[in-house]
Design a protein around this ligand. Structure first.
Ligand code: COA
Length: 367
């Protein structure tokens, strides 16, 4: 019998987490972590978010990929929403305890084969329908059929609530969806590229990426951010609560990033969205006080490691301000990021190269 490798005896691995390793070439997005800049296909995030719709940003991102129908995405996404509604009965029959995120995965898996480039629009258009239907099924409410004449953000909010949303909420949601559209080779995008490199069906790349996104160190943070804000409850409690969490070696959700050594530019874009929304309620003021206290505490606790506000902190505050339930934060991130995942998957497939790195063996020699 061979002895199992003992991680405790492994020597530190300089490539752990693949930090600093370049694993893909892309025209889609660039994260400049030193300067706190995010470039989406030649444009800074600040010049896109808040100025164009989700459809406009996806068209911009996809323009080199020759995806059929990407010049008329509003219509394409509308048709995709209608088609996706066909699989919604499956979501209704799912076991009652199944989470919204898993119901979305179920619906995505049930879509017909998606192996033509135009299917990027089929999948990206489907996710908002699956999200809204999964939410309503989980809440014991009947799913609402899509309206293909509406834009994605308006129809998504309408399918969630049953009422036509105010324009300010639509604009805030568009700003959010544009902000999270794509972000270099993060864990879920890398997952999508690995799956796509095997020439698997496009929806498999998105299903796998969703799995990677679901963890609290990636896309699962904004719900816990809101839990933290609620637990703190009052600005006067912020410093004590945060000090206690750091003393217990807990991580503060919504802070820190693998690449950014300065503030995550997405945090400011979303914070600006709160201003545009006119949301100056006590919760927003509490969040700002918590952010200030957290940054001060992190500087003291980790003087050698710049830990700044990341996208998830103001994601939680902005989505809460437009009435999105915290259980939908990660599903919504997935719905928006799907456009980026599809683009990376197609870009990777076109290289024709299988991603297959090597590992360093530290187990016992063969007996
Ligand atoms: N709160 C407290 N300490 C933190 C922290 C946080 N949010 N983020 C990192 N640290 C600390 C770690 O504990 C570690 O300390 P140590 O060296 O004493 O063990 C050090 O900073 C480096 O952390 P590490 O996990 O190696 O860095 P990373 O680059 O791999 O981490 C994240 C990036 C995002 C995983 C990390 O910052 C984190 O867990 N943040 C909270 C979750 C979150 O907001 N995720 C959304 C990301 S967009």
């Amino acid at each position: 019998m061979t002895e199992a490798p003992n991680p405790a005896r492994m020597t530190p691995d300089p490539t752990a987490g693949l930090e600093g390793i370049v694993a893909a070439t892309t025209r889609l997005s660039h994260v400049d972590g030193q300067n706190g800049v995010l470039i989406l296909r030649g444009k800074r995030l600040e010049d896109l978010a808040g100025t164009i719709s989700f459809e406009g940003a996806v068209r911009h991102l996809w323009q080199d990929l020759e995806i059929a129908g990407s010049d008329s995405l509003s219509a394409g996404f509308g048709q995709a929403r209608i088609a996706a509604f066909q699989v919604v009965p499956l979501l209704e029959q799912a076991p009652p305890g199944l989470a919204v995120f898993e119901r979305m995965q179920l619906g995505l898996a049930a879509l017909p084969e998606t192996n033509r480039p135009g299917d990027a629009a089929t999948i990206t258009g489907a996710l908002p329908v699956l999200l809204a239907a999964a939410h309503r099924c989980a809440a014991g409410l009947p799913p609402l059929a899509p309206d293909s004449t509406l834009d994605t953000a308006t129809d998504l909010l309408r399918m969630l609530t049953g009422v036509r949303p105010p324009q300010s909420h639509v604009e805030a949601l568009n700003r959010y969806l544009v902000t999270i559209l794509d972000h270099g080779l993060n864990a879920s995008t890398f997952t999508a590229r690995v799956i796509a490199s095997t020439q698997a069906d496009l929806k498999q790349a998105v299903l796998g990426a969703m799995g990677a996104l679901s963890g609290p160190l990636h896309g699962g943070a904004p719900g816990p951010v809101l839990d933290m804000i609620d637990a703190i409850g009052h600005p006067d409690n912020a410093t004590g609560w945060i000090g206690g969490a750091l003393a217990r070696k807990e991580r503060l959700m919504g802070f820190g990033h693998r690449i950014y050594r300065t503030r995550d530019p997405r945090a400011d874009v979303l914070k600006a969205g709160l201003k545009a929304l006119g949301a100056d309620n006590p919760k927003v003021q509490l969040a700002e006080r918590i952010e200030t206290a957290a940054l001060a505490a992190l500087r003291t606790a980790k003087p050698d490691r710049p830990l700044e506000t990341n996208v998830e902190f103001y994601t939680a505050v902005l989505l809460d301000a437009i009435g999105i339930d915290r259980s939908l934060f990660t599903p919504l991130f997935a719905a928006g990021r799907t456009a980026g995942w599809c683009a990376h998957a197609l870009e990777q497939q076109r290289t024709g190269k299988l991603i297959r790195p090597s590992s360093r063996y530290v187990g016992p020699p063969a007996a």
